[in-house]
Design a protein around this ligand. Structure first.
Ligand code: SF4
Ligand code: SF4
Length: 382
């Protein structure tokens, strides 16, 4: 039974997927997707581009279905029939309009140690070029814990996961095996990623394409929790805050990792975590290409996270993903609630403040978007 037949047969049209979806509100989308994937009708691509790929619909569906399981293959089909647009090639490391190349031309990029090391830290393209603060915090903590680490950073090591999500499997085919070899060459026992997309690539996609990894693959939150448990990191500075943990969709719903970051936060003196489980978590509005296709709507979805944190009486939102961080920082320009990356917050608790230039980051990234994609308009934040 193919995907469309399976969906048609099991779906009861209950609408629970739409109740949680931040982007669609009409079940007629299902018929559009059945028709398009079944080859009987065409589709307006805007019906596909609104999806954040957040996975909330799949989680809510009593039949284990949801909308994303149809939207993702429909996006791939559309790309195979119509080719890639500049909004999709901007994450391809070989493309002329790659966003990270543009940022690199406009800004200084930190240079990290690259030598043999039993822990290989992989900050990903976002951590290398945009969320530099996030990567610097991780490196600070690895130093502090006395870890034998090295860093594989830069566009040449792009994991390719975001391109796959955009319907372009080229970069993962070109770079995947080479990335694995580079990690091995450094003598890695552990590969550590900041970005949930890189984590998925090494943990789930690469093993299917290239065979099992012979090193452990961990997300930063998992490794930081381990360093705390082993007593290699001791947060001594009291940070007296009630905090809200924003679960990144691709880490929590995508990869099932949500407990470790919470355990890290619960180990910080003075810090009180308001949301102890991911129940009721929602998307930041960044993913699935929505940030570039619908900038204002994307930021408006991020603003909802501030209201959720406010309701729980929190003064700080902590997150754990470059895309979430960027969108929350942009949506939070005029908010009282502050945003921190998990590693950045833990660094602070370990006595190291990593300076951050939010305004510069936002100007840089919006300038890069406007250079990479035609007709880009900055989000309306009013
Ligand atoms: S929640 Fe599941 S069963 Fe209900 S309408 Fe959505 S896809 Fe169909
Ligand atoms: S993945 Fe998210 S945005 Fe896309 S259809 Fe499902 S709930 Fe809606």
């Amino acid at each position: 039974m193919n995907l469309v037949e399976k969906h048609r047969e099991k779906c009861t049209q209950c609408g629970l997927c739409l109740e949680v979806c931040p982007r669609y509100d009409d079940l007629s989308l299902l018929d559009l997707l059945y028709g398009y994937l079944g080859g009987t009708t065409g589709i307006d691509p805007t019906s596909l581009l609104r999806c954040l790929t957040c996975g909330l619909c799949a989680e809510a569906c009593p039949e284990g279905l949801g909308l994303k399981m149809l939207i993702s293959p429909a996006r791939q089909k559309w790309v195979s029939e119509n080719g890639l647009t500049d909004r999709q090639t901007m994450v391809d490391p070989e493309a002329e309009n790659n966003i990270f190349k543009k940022v690199y031309e406009m800004d200084e990029i930190p240079v990290y140690i690259d030598s043999p090391g039993s822990v290989v830290y992989f900050p990903g393209c976002a951590g290398t070029y945009i969320n530099k603060n996030m990567a610097q915090a991780v490196v600070t903590l690895l130093e502090k814990a006395g870890v034998d680490y090295t860093v594989l950073s830069g566009l040449e090591y792009c994991c390719g996961a975001v391109s796959v999500g955009a319907g372009n499997p080229g970069p993962i085919r070109r770079h995947g095996q080479q990335n694995i070899e580079e990690v091995r060459k450094r003598g890695a026992k552990i590969l550590l990623t900041s970005c949930p997309g890189c984590f998925k690539a090494f943990k789930e996609i690469y093993p299917k394409m290239f065979g099992e990894m012979d090193f452990e693959v961990l997300h930063v939150s998992q490794y930081l929790e381990r360093l705390l448990k082993e007593g290699k990191l001791t947060p001594e500075t009291t940070l007296k805050h009630r905090v809200f943990y924003h679960d990144p969709c691709h880490l929590t719903r995508g990869m099932g990792v949500y407990r470790e970051a919470r355990n890290v936060l619960e180990n910080i003196p003075g810090t009180e975590l308001a949301n102890k489980t991911p129940e009721g978590s929602a998307c930041c509005g960044f993913g699935g290409g929505v940030r570039v296709n619908y900038p204002s709507e994307s930021i408006s979805v991020a603003s909802d996270r501030f209201r959720a944190a406010e309701k729980l009486g929190c003064g700080i939102i902590i997150t754990n993903c470059g895309g979430c961080m960027q969108n929350l920082v942009e949506a939070g320009k005029d908010e009282k609630i502050k945003i921190f990356d998990l590693a950045e917050y833990l660094s602070l608790a370990c006595g190291v403040n990593i300076p951050r230039e939010d305004q510069k980051l936002l100007e840089l990234v919006n300038r890069a978007y406007s250079l990479c994609i035609s007709g880009y308009k900055e989000p309306d934040l009013s």
